[in-house]
Design a protein around this ligand. Structure first.
Ligand SMILES: Cc1ncc(COP(=O)(O)O)c(C=O)c1O
Length: 433
């Protein structure tokens, strides 16, 4: 190339959750055995069934020609009116329909949120971090992510002293990002923690980015949507239907903007999010069209509660399985459908699992070098020995060794098999030197 065409942030774009899939497919081909996918938070892939009443609402919308057209750039008016009224009825911050912007899934929203920020302005986020946020933020700045620690020894609660110090001494930090309930830890942050994070933002003149895609999936403790405690701080709350309906293939999510009128710079930035979306015309119409009818259906809340009870049972069972296993520390999830065991001791480069199939062993060994993070080696060996695909914690901007798995498996026996197998593989790996 006559000119370098690579963006300065290109090397920050990493997504281990899907990168591991190529390795798993290769192992499947070589071994001829099926893979147990525990890497991606897709409830449909894990066998979840959509209730018939929900499908009927969607089917009616499919038969309505108007849902085949473009919609307003912000999203369908009726749906935004409905969502704004629902939020306002809860009594926290008050918004108008025009404070809501629809996107093609939160993935799209996240890339606009960071892509439209001034290059020098940084958003500090959690570590471990969900890579869609951390990669997009780092790529926008062309530098590695700036993070505050979630502490596994304190139930994955954020280190608020570290957050305050980093904010205080790094003037480029313009925003604080929160994921609640959290991916990859399954932590649900109490009201006091969210309130403290918001007061740090207020004190230093920052805005909040809160990813609340799992806010209706809390089964231990109470959810604290930022709308209930935000006060006068400018903020974006990111919500969607991928996880809770669950309809990830709809590619439909939205941003609620709070306190736009409190700060002209924030208001100008929000306008740039709308302008960027305008260049794309609008987001997909049909999923937006069904939201009011589905969310207000008499079966929606009971169905969600039942669904959350399953995740609660899964969480409890994981505490039993991994509590009895030596070598890892786990915090059973309180919300969302992920959990992230952390190795209790540093991993050694000579640790390995016995892999009987020579071709599989040779293939996996060819992928491991002295610079491979040790938890990634564990994950590769787990794939090679037991055909179970999880994601190393080092793929989540994190210096802890561990791995993330989902709690989505619908089949009880399969769930038991997968997690008992992982629990058995851990001491074998740790004891192999
Ligand atoms: C915290 C979080 N935010 C956003 C997303 C992406 O959601 P969407 O399907 O709406 O793009 C995910 C997907 O796993 C997620 O875990």
């Amino acid at each position: 190339m006559r000119t370098d065409i690579v963006h300065m942030g290109a090397h920050e774009l990493t997504y281990e959750i899907r990168q591991i899939v190529d390795v798993a497919h290769k192992i499947k081909t070589i071994s001829g055995k099926e893979i147990y996918w525990e890497n991606i938070g897709d409830p449909i892939q894990k066998g979840e069934k959509i209730p018939l009443w929900m499908k009927e609402i969607i089917a009616r919308a499919v038969h309505d020609d108007k849902n085949y057209g473009y919609c307003p750039t912000r999203g369908l008016n009726d749906t935004r009116e409905y969502l704004a009224a629902q939020l306002n009825a809860r009594g926290g911050v008050q918004i108008q329909a025009d404070d809501i912007l629809f996107f093609n899934g939160l993935g799209d929203a996240v890339s606009k949120v960071y892509g439209q920020l001034r290059r020098e302005a940084r958003v500090i986020g959690p570590s471990p971090a969900y890579p869609t946020h951390s990669s997009a933020e780092a790529a926008h700045a062309g530098s590695p992510p700036i993070t505050y620690r979630l502490d596994p020894a304190r139930g994955w609660m954020p280190d608020l002293d570290e957050l305050r110090m980093k904010v205080k001494y790094n003037e480029s930090i313009a925003g604080i990002m929160i994921i609640n309930p959290d991916n990859p830890t399954g932590a649900v942050f109490p009201r006091s923690v969210i309130t403290e994070m918001i007061s740090i933002a207020r004190e230093f003149g920052l805005f909040i980015v809160a990813d609340e895609i799992y806010i209706n999936m809390v089964y231990r403790g109470e959810p604290t949507p930022i709308s209930s405690v935000i006060g006068d701080v400018p903020a974006l709350s990111l919500k969607g239907i991928s996880k809770e309906m669950p309809w990830p293939g709809s590619r439909c999510g939205w941003i609620e903007v709070y306190n736009q009128d409190r700060d002209p710079v924030f208001a100008r930035y929000v306008k740039s999010l709308l302008d960027a979306k305008m260049l794309e015309v609008c987001s997909t119409t049909l999923p937006q069209a069904v939201i009011p009818e589905i969310f207000s259906h008499p079966e929606y809340r009971p169905w969600q509660m039942k669904r959350n009870q399953l995740f609660a049972r899964r969480s409890q069972r994981l505490a039993e399985i991994f509590g009895a296993a030596s070598g890892v520390h786990i915090n059973p999830p309180s919300g969302a459908f992920y959990f992230s065991p952390v190795f209790a001791e540093p991993l050694q480069s000579r640790m390995r699992l016995g892999i009987k199939n020579d071709r599989v062993r040779d293939f996996i060994d060819s992928l491991i070098s002295p610079t491979t993070p040790p938890d990634k080696k564990f994950v590769y060996h787990l794939l090679a020995q037991r055909n179970i695909c999880v994601v190393p914690l080092s793929g989540f901007v994190c210096d802890l060794s561990g791995f993330r798995a989902t709690t989505l498996e619908q089949d009880e026996e399969r769930f038991e098999f997968i997690f008992s197998s992982i629990a058995a593989a851990i001491p074998e790996f740790l004891g192999s030197i």
